[in-house]
Design a protein around this ligand. Structure first.
Ligand SMILES: *Cc1c(COP(=O)(O)O)cnc(C)c1O
Length: 441
């Protein structure tokens, strides 16, 4: 039996097994973990899988080979993939939409967060200290991570969000959990939240008082499971002809897109991959031939994609060390807020579909493809969130209320609670200790 290893994007000499890579998050040198070699998975091996959990176990199983978690892959996948990822036809066979918003917090991040939670829960020793998972969020991530870990014994989640800078609907999803999930409204920006989380992970006094980890999107345990819905969609649509399926993916940190690129690397029938970005143009400009120039993010309607320095670029470069090859493997486009609004209005009128602002970026990217490119392939828009999560933006554009899915309605009905803190490590230390005393007392 071979054992899969994962290596850092920076120093390939730094490697870890599956469980260690998930528990560590970042490699010790600050790089991201990528597979040291690619398991040989033939589409035929996956073809007969009866459902998403079975397909997930067959696709991810080889990455866990030789690892402590290998034997649990089937129950882990059953837990993580407990809701569907339907493909809905839009234009008789030419264009479809992959709906990734049927999970507990109505965004695609539920898949990765739930897979990671299912894995970390199984790695806990029965009597070890409580594990505190810190997550800085500008919106969707915090809710998905909180939902995935809520009620799990021996693990608590601390969500850090920028006070006054998330929408009321988002704030509710971050602060409605109670129990083992605590939310801190930080008097600062998202960047302050992220800095605080990083400082806390390295802080000696905190590390002595508790076990700390993070669950941010660069974790391998959030990325790998995202390959599964691309595999399922490509296999279903390619059918017996095997003609490749092309995806348009709303992108920010490139985690969702990276999972699609890995699925293509594994041999699944995937053709073009188009990265649909908002007004944060770092990636589109680079793929068009400009030098790589990360910059501060600008705020847009598709706020979960407001990223000026995408973290998964390191993984992309690791897969395509040659820049010309990298630029040939993908394309990208940038869509500003005005075009997002226009696309939401137009597709509601034309198709009766209501997009969230992120999905609208992908729909607009499709509309901008040349006629020839549109006709050459089968295209799939990736719908990353339910529009009800962004109802403050979408409802005025379409002139009606959006029906709220049952899972979200349940979250909206829960009481909200959070503590406000200054954007400094001392305040975070104190808040963590205070509430721990309260909870323990
Ligand atoms: C996080 C998020 C994205 C961006 O995904 P990345 O993996 O960061 O590229 C797009 N849409 C929604 C709704 C999101 O929550």
């Amino acid at each position: 039996m071979t054992t899969m290893r994962f290596q850092s994007t920076r120093d390939p000499g730094i490697t870890a097994g599956f469980a260690a890579a998930l528990a560590g998050g970042l490699a010790p040198d600050g790089g991201l973990y990528v597979p040291q070699s690619w398991p040989a998975i033939a589409p035929e091996d996956l073809d007969g899988a009866p459902d998403l959990p079975a397909l997930a176990a067959r696709l991810i199983g080889p990455f866990a080979e030789g690892d402590a978690l290998a034997a649990s892959m089937a129950p882990i996948c059953a837990e993580a993939f407990s809701f569907p990822a339907p493909v809905v036809d839009l234009e008789s066979g030419r264009l479809a939409v992959l709906e990734l918003f049927h999970g507990p917090t109505a965004a695609f991040k539920d898949f990765g967060a739930r897979f990671l939670a299912a894995c970390l829960a199984r790695l806990r020793e029965p009597r070890s200290r409580t594990l505190t998972i810190l997550v800085a969020t500008s919106g969707d991530t915090g809710g998905a991570v909180a939902a995935a870990f809520h009620g799990r014994p021996g693990i608590e989640v601390v969500v850090l969000f920028p006070k006054g800078r998330v929408s009321p609907t988002q704030q509710q999803q971050l602060t409605c959990w109670g129990g083992n999930v605590r939310a801190f409204a930080v008097r600062g920006t998202f960047d302050d939240c992220q800095r605080l989380a990083k400082q806390a992970l390295l802080d000696q006094p905190l590390r002595e008082s508790r076990e700390l980890s993070s669950a941010n999107s660069i974790n391998l345990g959030r990325l790998l499971p995202q390959s599964v819905y691309y595999a399922a969609t490509a296999l279903a649509l390619a059918g017996s002809s095997g003609a490749p399926v092309s995806f348009i993916i709303p992108s920010g940190n490139l985690g969702n897109a990276m999972a699609c690129i890995w699925a293509r690397r594994l041999g699944l029938p995937i053709g073009e991959i188009v990265l649909a970005h908002n007004a944060n143009r770092t990636v589109p400009e680079f793929l068009d031939g400009a030098p790589w120039r990360p910059r501060p993010s600008v705020a847009t309607l598709a706020s979960a994609m407001d990223v000026g320095d995408p973290s998964n670029m390191e993984r992309l470069r690791a897969l395509y060390p040659d820049e010309a090859q990298l630029r040939g493997a993908l394309s990208a486009c940038s869509v500003d807020d005005e075009a997002i609004r226009a696309r939401i209005r137009a597709d509601y009128r034309r198709l009766g579909r209501i997009w969230c602002p992120h999905t609208a970026v992908a729909a607009e990217a499709y509309a901008r493809l040349s006629e020839g490119r549109r006709r050459a392939g089968r295209w799939v828009l990736v719908a990353t969130a339910h529009p009800a999560k962004f109802r403050e933006i979408v409802e005025p554009l379409i002139g009606r209320e959006i029906a709220v899915p049952a899972a979200l309605a349940q979250l909206f009905a829960r009481p909200s609670a959070y503590r406000e803190i200054e954007a400094d490590l001392g305040a975070l230390r104190a808040a963590l200790a205070y509430e721990a005393r309260e909870a323990g007392g």
